[in-house]
Design a protein around this ligand. Structure first.
Ligand code: ADP
Ligand code: MG
Length: 293
């Protein structure tokens, strides 16, 4: 491509709200075969709400919610905000906690009024030695609805199954369709529950799902998708933990409303704050390169 055509291309992209931080990304994008997309905050709004709390025998709903919210008040995870907000709406008073501990990708724990409270994903509960059998069916149903099942334990006993749901952005379905029309495959990459991720992927017609990825595991996913350089991979994300994957991909595209570190690690910034910029950028890249050859 000539410098002039690249300039024209990137200028047109800017009008569409797509900022090319690196000119060569316009050329690389044309060859992209698969777009790997972070789920939370990219496909979904990143603002989950608590939808269900099923107490175990011997526990009351309000009691468990107050304990769990007290712990989550110390966490910055979107899931934590959903739980704290639900407790606020019910007018529950949150006690102060001691010995707070966050395990990234797993969950959180603390002592509340002398009681040990743990909350997080199934893999966290398994790691702590709790038996989830009583909730297996309920959790599967919640996950098949696209909700994220979580669990709470109090003083070593399983106390509740909890679900949060993060709505899909209104712009996401059309963006996925547009990518398919351009001949690309779409993959979802998420730390979320596999069954939940698969339910959301089904709804969106997403081709591949990489779920239960630990916070530092997204680079390995990008490398796997590259298949030893046989496939060109674009990665789209917004979060701190997306930064290494944005850099590792053949082209990294950051959501403009995302974190600074994601934006700094990306080749392309989507100012619209959603996925529609990706098919726009790819279509433009294909058109620009066609004009040149
Ligand atoms: P994602 O951003 O895709 O949710 P994370 O690695 O941040 O990925 O989290 C993976 C999973 O770990 C979450 O879906 C949730 O089940 C659990 N988790 C993480 N942090 C918390 C928390 N503060 N409270 C409850 N569960 C949590
Ligand atoms: Mg995200």
């Amino acid at each position: 491509a000539t410098p002039t055509s690249i300039m024209v291309g990137t200028g047109r992209a800017a009008e569409l709200g797509v900022l090319f931080r690196k000119g060569e990304a316009l050329q690389t994008l044309r060859d992209a075969q698969i777009v790997a997309v972070d789920k939370t905050g990219t496909l979904t709004k990143g603002r989950p709400e608590l939808t269900d709390l099923v107490p175990a025998p011997g526990f009351a709903e309000a009691e468990v919610l107050a304990l769990v919210a007290a712990v989550e008040a110390r966490s910055e995870h979107p899931v934590a905000e959903a739980i704290v907000e639900a407790a606020r709406q019910r007018g529950l008073t949150l006690s102060t906690v001691e010995a707070f501990e966050a395990v990234p990708g797993y969950g959180v724990a603390a002592t509340v009024n002398g009681r040990r409270v743990e909350v997080g994903a199934d893999r966290y509960m398994v790691r702590l030695g709790h038996d989830l059998a009583t909730f297996t069916e309920a959790a599967a149903r919640l996950a098949d609805d696209g909700k994220t099942p979580l669990y709470a334990a109090v003083d070593g006993r399983l106390a509740a199954a909890i679900a949060v749901a993060d709505p899909i952005k209104e712009t996401t379905p059309a963006a996925v369709e547009a990518l398919h029309r351009l001949g690309l495959k779409v993959a979802m990459v998420t730390g979320d529950n596999r069954r939940t991720a698969e339910a959301i992927a089904r709804r969106l017609g997403i081709d591949e799902v990489e779920a239960e990825v630990l916070p530092d595991g997204k680079v390995a996913v990008v490398e796997r998708l590259k298949a030893g350089g046989q496939r060109k991979v674009a990665f789209v994300g917004d979060g701190i933990n997306d930064a290494p994957a944005l850099a590792a991909a053949d082209v990294g595209l950051a959501i403009g409303t995302g974190t600074d570190i994601a934006i700094e690690s990306a080749d392309v910034v989507l100012m619209s704050g959603d996925l529609r910029g990706v098919p726009n950028a790819i279509a433009l890249s294909q058109a620009t390169m066609r004009n040149i050859r």
